[in-house]
Ligand binder design. Structure first.
Ligand code: F6R
Length: 235
């Protein structure tokens, strides 16, 4: 595991975009696992700029996102599909059909989870998975619990996650209470993992990276992966 500390969010974003850009240059048809949230916005800005300047070509890149809220369609401004379109996909030359998220309005969420896990496998697996981390140690929407979920699955969000995510909704009651997420097993199948985190995540990251490996701190499972890079903003 490599742990890099940066002086600012901008520097973290520049380094993360450099690693993702390097992956695209090395393998133009790579599969990127992507995340939403505040942490990757600066990284996506840099990738957009590198595409606009001609440095990066997304025309053969495929993407799979970690998660999506249940009940929100693609046109809902708080859906993760909307987030990804507006921050990245609509601003680089990636064919929209190469971009994948779980379908939050699928009639049968269990079937949707099976479809999504199979889709990731059919793409050949993830070359580089970008992650953020929750204050409770969640990765994707894998919340602290009794075991490490292996596959894509539906989850009930914890109160702390609903509260944290309510900043983007008008009212806390509007935050969906369920989501579909890659499982811990799905995430660990990625060839390489890149986790980015602001200074506010320092304490939970310390527990995750140096403490006991336990489903109570889902990110602690990353200690078991062979190729993890963590970029953390210094406090
Ligand atoms: C987002 C996701 C979440 C976030 C985490 C950190 O797709 O799966 O695990 O990465 O909640 O969110 P931010 O970056 O907003 O602090």
């Amino acid at each position: 595991m490599r742990i890099i500390e940066t002086a600012s969010y901008e520097e973290m974003s520049r380094l993360a975009a450099g690693i993702i850009g390097g992956q695209i240059l090395l393998k133009p048809d790579c599969v990127l696992g992507l995340a939403t949230g505040s942490s990757p916005i600066g990284t996506y800005e840099r990738l957009v700029a590198d595409c606009a300047s001609g440095l990066l070509d997304f025309s053969r890149v495929r993407t799979v996102n970690l998660d999506e809220y249940c009940g929100l369609g693609a046109e809902h401004p708080q859906s993760y599909r909307y987030f990804m379109d507006s921050h990245l996909f609509d601003r680089v030359n990636i064919p929209k059909e190469n971009t994948h998220l779980p379908d939050g309005i699928a009639e049968d969420p269990e079937a949707e989870c099976r479809r999504y896990e199979a889709l990731i496998d059919s793409l050949g697996g993830v070359d580089l998975q970008l992650l953020g981390v929750g204050h409770n140690g969640h990765i994707g929407f894998n919340e602290p619990q009794g075991d490490f979920p292996r596959y894509v699955h539906p989850v009930n969000l914890t109160e702390s996650t609903i509260k944290a995510n309510s900043r983007l909704f008008d009212r806390v009651e509007d935050v969906p209470t369920r989501a579909i997420t890659m499982g811990i097993g799905t995430i660990l199948k990625a060839e390489r993992i890149l986790l980015i985190a602001g200074a506010d995540k320092r304490d939970i990251l310390h527990r995750a990276l140096y403490g006991e490996i336990t489903p109570e701190v889902p990110a602690s499972v990353l200690q078991l992966h062979r190729d993890v890079t963590v970029i953390l903003v210094k406090g």
